[in-house]
Every structure is written in structure tokens, then in C-alpha cells.
Ligand binder design. Structure first.
Ligand code: ASP
Length: 460
């Protein structure tokens, strides 16, 4: 059995859905369980819809509802899906969306709970369309509402899965369908809490759904199908000659996802690591490419220059520096700082300390004023915006002396605000101004990837 997740662009048009169906057909013997995102761009529209309803912008609400409706009707029309049942499901879902907008409008505010309910609708529609198309081309497929399987806590917008209870459901509800020779199709991104309210795992969460369900079912591998050829050595919008990485370790991929590589949701690898299930990243537009394999071990001898596997970055960050002489020789100081971040549900990416100060980066600034105020009660607080983390990742880095020197030698003209060599020694990260990201990533890529590269590790 394998789990296959299709991202928004993979199901973003009739043509794309046809390609996806072919890919599923090619793996039919391996008993696929399919997890789908919403049609590309629809979740953004649903989120915008909730906001417009909350501000009472009726014209925009109508425009967005029409857009969402027409996009799905166009797709089923182009796929020649004439089933009355599918049409009824789409109409009912659009009615639900309109009703939700009325409630939000009357409350003049969108709660996180209603935001989850609303933004989950895209996956629901996409899953039904996919099932119908698969059935039309004679691939037996069955819709399984993921809310009957994936139980979570009630942190709407970033719900935490309850693994053991969900696993029981997965085995009960999904396995019989697979054994029956049908392909179960479920929504990614979505779950339900103990009071049967719809929750979501956070934006981009379908990858996470796939590894969670895969781990619960004990699949042989999880395939993440998106619109890139795999994990690349850098963001191709900055480095046009970025290369595909053929294989990387869980640790490398997890660091990359956490520090900004957009190809995987940061939590995705956790369930796969726990159960040691390889995760593949493939391009549904070019299924003939062999993608990237992420697994416990590198399955190659790492010849040639592959000290650095990839360079990621994360922009629009805020650096907070807390300085206090009270920190000198004191204990419990860090704990009191992090308690405040914890209280405001704000996670810190990178930390660097000196004897009297600590600097950290955050990307969620919703509660920055409250955090600043509380920190200011016992320390001096400086806040700097428009910063970026650049992160170099590679298992070989820990066996390569002088790595930091060779990196920072290349960046002598670039102001560097914070430096951190990850505890695992497989990542070196530093903070620069947003404006310098392109220059820095290009320069580092040229340095580390222009020599002879190991063809087992990189697609060259
Ligand atoms: N559709 C959701 C989003 O756009 C979840 C996902 O695609 O992973 O964030």
C-alpha cells in the first residue's frame, strides 16, 4: 500500500486531473490511498471570502462565491462529468459556503473555527471530483470523509492530530476499501475535533495529512505530488540552474522544510520518521522524472562534492533582541523569555545568545506588541523587521572542517545579524536583510554547486 498526495496545481484543471488519474492508474497494483488538496488557489479564495464576509463586503463575497462555483463547474464540464450526484454535492457545498458567509457577516467577525469550516470546503470538492473522474475511467474509487478518520485537538487553524485514535479509524474505514480493490480518496489538510467540528492542520497541511495517514496505515511509501521536480538545491526562482536532489535524509529534509524550503510542510516528515517510511517528492506535470527520495539513510556513497545538499531561505522575519544585565550569571532568565513567547503561541526559529542578550527570529508577528510589552518589564527590547534566514543543509557538513569559514568568506560585504550552527551540525543558518537574499543565495549556490557533483545525489 502507498499513500499519494496531490497538491493544488496537480488537481488545478481538467488536464491536470486527467494526468493525476493516469499516475494513480500506473500505481494501482500498489494499492494507493489518495489524499488531495483543493483545486489550486481555491483555499486562498475561501480565506479571502471569510474575510470579506466579516467586513461586510457583499460585492466581493458574491464575486468570490461565483469564482469558486464556476471554477469547479468548469472543471467537471471539461472532464465531462455529468453525474447528478456530483452536481448535487457541488451545489450543496456552495450553499454551505453561502450560509457560512451569512453567519460570519452577522457576527462581523470570523472565528478560527468558522475559518477552518470554510477553508476545508476546497478539499471536499476536489476529492469528490477526483473520485468521480476515476470512476468514469473505470478506476474504482471511493470518497472517504477524512473527518471520519483524522481526529485532532481543537486548535483551529493549526490543529494537532490525535494519532492513536485516528489510526484506529484509518484501519477501520480505509483498509476495507483498499482490500475491496478500490482507491480511497480523502481530503488533505482537514480533520475534526472531539465535538465533531471541522479543523485544519494549517496552510499547506495536506502533505502532513498524507504522512499521517500513511503512517497510520503502515504504507510502504508516501508520494507527495506537486508541481516541482523534487527537492531542489535552491529556489529556482532565484537560481535558475538549481538541481534536483535525488536522495536526502529525513534530517536534511526536515531542516529544509523548517527553514523555508516551500516544497514540504514542516511537520510532514514527523510521522514518516517515526515509522521509517520513505517519502518521495514527484512532479505531477512530469511524472517520468524520478523525483527526490527522502529516507532514513542516504542510499549512495556520496562521491564528489555534495557537502551542501540545499540552500533554503525564509523571508519577512522579525528579529527580537532582549538585553538585560540581569542575565549575567542568572538562571531562569531564558525560561522567563520563552514563557512569554509560549503564552502568545509564537514560535521562535533561530536563537543566538550572549552573556547579556538573546536574539531570536519569529515569523508570526500577530502578538509582537504584547510580547514586547511583557519583555520590556525586565529587559531592553529591540525589534528589527524585514530580515531573512538563509540555511545551508547537508549531512556531510558535520564532517567538513572550515565550513563556516568558507561560507562567511563569501559574504564579507553582507551584514549578518545572527549566526547559528544547528545542534545536529547538519545546518548552518544566518540572518540577513531581506534585500540581500537573492545575492546571497546565488553566490552560495555558485560556490557549492558549480563543481563536479555526485550524479547519485544530484540530477546533473
Ligand atoms: N489547500 C490547503 C492550502 O492551500 C492545504 C494544502 O494544499 O496543503 O493551504
Amino acid at each position: 500500500m502507498i499513500a499519494m498526495k496531490f497538491g493544488g496545481t496537480s488537481v488545478g484543471s481538467a488536464e491536470a486531473i486527467k494526468r493525476v488519474a493516469k499516475i494513480i492508474e500506473s500505481r494501482f497494483e500498489r494499492q494507493p490511498v489518495v489524499i488531495t488538496s483543493a483545486v489550486g488557489g481555491i483555499t486562498d479564495k475561501l480565506v479571502a471570502l471569510g474575510k470579506s464576509a466579516a467586513t461586510g463586503d457583499d460585492d466581493l463575497v458574491k464575486e468570490l462565491v461565483d469564482f469558486i462555483t464556476n471554477r469547479h463547474l468548469e472543471i467537471i464540464d471539461q472532464l465531462r462529468l455529468t453525474s447528478g450526484e456530483l452536481r448535487r454535492i457541488i451545489d450543496d457545498t456552495i450553499d454551505d459556503i453561502k450560509n457560512l458567509c451569512r453567519v460570519i457577516s452577522s457576527q462581523k467577525n470570523i472565528s478560527k473555527m468558522l475559518n477552518d469550516e470554510l477553508s476545508s470546503k476546497g478539499e471536499y470538492l476536489a476529492a469528490h471530483i477526483l473520485v468521480e473522474y476515476l470512476s468514469q475511467i473505470k478506476i474504482p474509487a471511493t470518497f472517504v470523509d477524512v473527518r471520519e478518520v483524522l481526529l485532532t485537538d481543537s486548535s483551529f487553524g493549526s490543529a494537532k492530530p490525535l494519532f492513536d485514535d485516528s489510526a484506529k479509524n484509518a484501519v477501520e474505514k480505509i483498509l476495507p476499501i483498499v482490500k475491496d480493490g478500490s482507491v480511497p480518496v480523502l481530503q488533505g489538510f482537514v480533520g475534526r475535533d472531539a465535538s465533531a467540528r471541522t479543523t485544519t492542520l494549517g496552510r499547506g497541511g495536506s502533505d502532513y495529512s498524507a504522512t499521517l495517514l500513511g503512517a497510520m496505515l503502515g504504507v510502504d511509501s508516501v508520494e507527495i505530488w506537486s508541481d516541482v521536480d523534487g527537492v531542489l538545491t535552491a529556489d529556482p526562482s532565484i537560481v535558475s540552474e538549481a538541481k534536483r536532489i535525488r536522495s536526502m535524509t529525513f534530517k536534511e529534509a526536515a531542516e529544509l522544510a523548517y527553514f523555508g524550503a516551500k516544497v514540504l510542510h514542516p511537520a510532514t516528515l514527523l510521522p514518516a520518521v517515526t515509522r521509517d517510511i520513505p517519502v518521495w517528492v514527484f512532479n505531477s506535470m512530469r511524472p517520468e522524472y524520478s523525483g527526490t527520495k527522502i529516507s532514513r539513510a542516504n542510499n549512495n556513497g556520496q562521491k564528489g562534492s555534495c557537502i551542501v545538499k540545499s540552500i533554503a531561505y525564509k523571508e519577512n522575519l522579525t528579529v527580537i533582541t532582549v538585553t538585560s544585565l540581569r542575565m549575567l550569571m542568572a538562571h531562569g532568565f531564558m525560561a522567563s523569555i520563552f514563557d512569554i513567547f509560549n503564552k502568545y503561541d509564537t514560535s521562535v526559529d533561530l536563537v543566538s545568545t550572549s552573556e547579556v542578550s538573546v536574539s531570536m527570529t519569529v515569523d508570526k508577528t500577530e502578538h509582537i506588541d504584547e510580547i514586547k510589552e511583557e519583555l520590556s518589564r525586565f529587559a531592553q527590547v529591540e525589534i528589527e523587521q524585514d530580515k531573512a534566514i538563509v540555511c545551508l543543509v547537508g549531512e556531510q557538513m558535520k564532517r567538513t572542517p572550515g565550513m563556516p569559514a568558507s561560507i562567511f568568506c563569501l559574504l564579507q560585504d553582507v551584514p549578518i545579524h545572527l549566526i547559528s550552527q544547528g545542534a545536529s551540525e547538519i545546518n548552518i543558518s544566518f540572518v540577513i536583510d531581506d534585500d540581500n537574499v537573492d545575492k546571497v543565495v546565488t553566490r552560495l549556490h555558485q560556490h557549492f554547486f558549480s563543481g563536479a557533483l555526485d550524479p547519485n545525489t544530484f540530477a546533473v
